[in-house]
Design a protein around this ligand. Structure first.
Ligand code: ACO
Length: 428
């Protein structure tokens, strides 16, 4: 029997149906609410609003569970590669050997950039943030690669083109910003190895590819590959709902990710560690500031809208980070600061009562630094990882014959109707 809840309003009783998810979570279906009652809901930050039904990613924030297409993140991080996980997210199933090889061939075929794109890079002002450059360049891709004839061809080629080219774009923007010679992708290298080579190979010092670093990068990108309806993914779905092309929707996602409360937190965390180190290394002041309601400072890399326990991605990131630092024999003082911060807040009443635990960004920057990634590229690394998720979420919407234009409502709190005042009568 279908379940519903009763709403009593204006002397009438309305029945609102309940929807049950695969994992037994319940939601009130309010699609007919305004039509039947004249009411809308009010939910700033959408903390209680389900914006779509999705079969891609499951998160249980209370238990610290994350699964892509049903597979636990721990198993994917242990056994999968980033390209295999991308295929899984986008197509809904793990690829067969043949499918994976075909996907890899497409990624390889699409990996170079139109040479004219280099001129774009050169004309961004020095010091432009790589996230702004990436968002613009991804949007610009549409100009270089106009729509293909058939819908299926368009989707397959655009998807692999984006996943492949984003990595070339990122590495190229780094090389050009440093004044170095651009390194092209190589057909004999895997997705992650190719990226590292494009970033760090140099005519006078050839880059030696280390399989442990390649594996660490695979894990880093798997951990970032999707996270259901977060800020940037919702931006992709919302912008996409206007039926823009996929490049424009992804460009919007990159812009949304840039913010320090979202993907930009990985850069903000390292900057916070540096500040602590510069002021003598004591974490006490940062912890006290984070608790002071008059101070806007927050402990970056802590807290999450959904996770009210330890972020499962942060656990894997911390372990991978420890392994790589040990292997490279790096003594990073920032890791000691991170460990101390985590230890101090784990017994602090404020952090316990607010359910604030490390999120994916807390340890990720230390790993990226060990790999050699410059700090201003950290959020770009997140964006490369999140791309398959954005594409999968966009595709799920686009495949839905009832995909509606996203258009929230509002509670208007401005002036009542008033007359236009001529300029010479305005006094302030
Ligand atoms: N440091 C100190 N206090 C915090 C923190 C923090 N990092 N995060 C939340 N709080 C406190 C708030 O001050 C608030 O306290 P109050 O209820 O006493 O006023 C309470 O916890 C709830 O905070 P909200 O901002 O309402 O919670 P929300 O769910 O909106 O926040 C967010 C989630 C934005 C991630 C927040 O925890 C934060 O700002 N963290 C730091 C930035 C960060 O690491 N972002 C990356 C998130 S992961 C990702 O997007 C990839």
């Amino acid at each position: 029997m279908s379940e519903y809840i009763k709403l009593v309003y204006g002397g009438k009783t309305y029945q609102l149906p309940l929807i049950t998810s695969t994992e037994n979570e319940k939601a009130i279906d309010i699609t007919s609410l305004r039509q039947e009652t004249g009411l809308i809901t009010f939910d700033t930050g959408y903390a209680n609003t389900g914006s779509c039904a999705s079969a891609i990613t499951f998160v249980d924030g209370e238990k610290g569970i994350l699964r892509y297409r049903g597979i636990p993140i721990e198993q994917l991080a242990e056994r999968s590669t980033f390209t295999e996980t991308a295929f899984l997210l986008i197509n809904g199933v793990l690829p067969t050997r043949k499918e994976l090889s075909h996907f890899s061939v497409l990624l390889n075929d699409q990996s170079t950039l139109h040479t004219d794109m280099q001129f774009f890079f050169q004309n961004f002002p020095r010091g432009s943030h790589p996230m702004g450059i990436l968002s613009s360049m991804v949007n610009a891709l549409r100009g270089f690669y106009p729509e293909l004839q058939t819908v299926e061809e368009e989707i397959n080629i655009t998807v692999t083109r984006l996943i492949s080219k984003i990595r070339t774009l990122a590495a190229m923007s780094y090389k050009i910003s440093m004044g170095y010679k651009v390194v092209y992708p190589r057909p004999d290298l895997s997705y992650c190895a190719n990226f590292l080579n494009m970033m760090f190979d140099n005519p006078v010092r050839p880059y030696i590819i280390d399989k442990d670093l390649v594996r660490a990068l695979d894990i880093f990108w798997i951990l970032h590959a999707d996270h259901e309806q977060n800020c940037s993914t919702s931006a992709v779905r919302l912008v996409g709902s206007g039926r823009v092309n996929l490049y424009a929707a992804i460009s919007a996602g990159i812009a949304a990710l840039w913010g320090p409360l979202h993907g930009g937190a990985n850069q903000a965390v390292i900057e916070m560690f540096f500040e602590i180190a510069e002021k003598g290394g004591s974490v006490t002041r940062a912890v006290e500031r984070a608790k002071d309601k008059k101070d806007p400072f927050r402990l970056m890399g802590f807290g999450h809208r959904v996770y009210k326990t330890y972020d499962p991605r942060a656990k894997i990131m911390k372990k991978t980070c420890g392994k790589i630092l040990k292997k490279l024999n790096i003594q990073d003082p920032l890791l000691n600061i991170a460990l101390e911060l985590e230890e101090v807040v784990s017994t602090d009443d404020y952090f316990i009562s607010h359910n604030l635990y490390p999120n994916v960004d807390f340890y990720s920057g230390i790993l990226l630094r060990a790999i050699g990634i410059p700090i201003n590229m950290f959020t770009v690394m997140f964006a490369i990882g999140r791309l398959p998720g954005w594409i999968a979420q966009w595709k799920e919407s686009a495949d839905d014959p009832n995909w509606k234009l996203g258009r929230p409502r509002q509670i208007y709190v401005g002036s009542k109707k008033m007359k236009y005042l001529p300029i010479d009568k305005r006094e302030r």
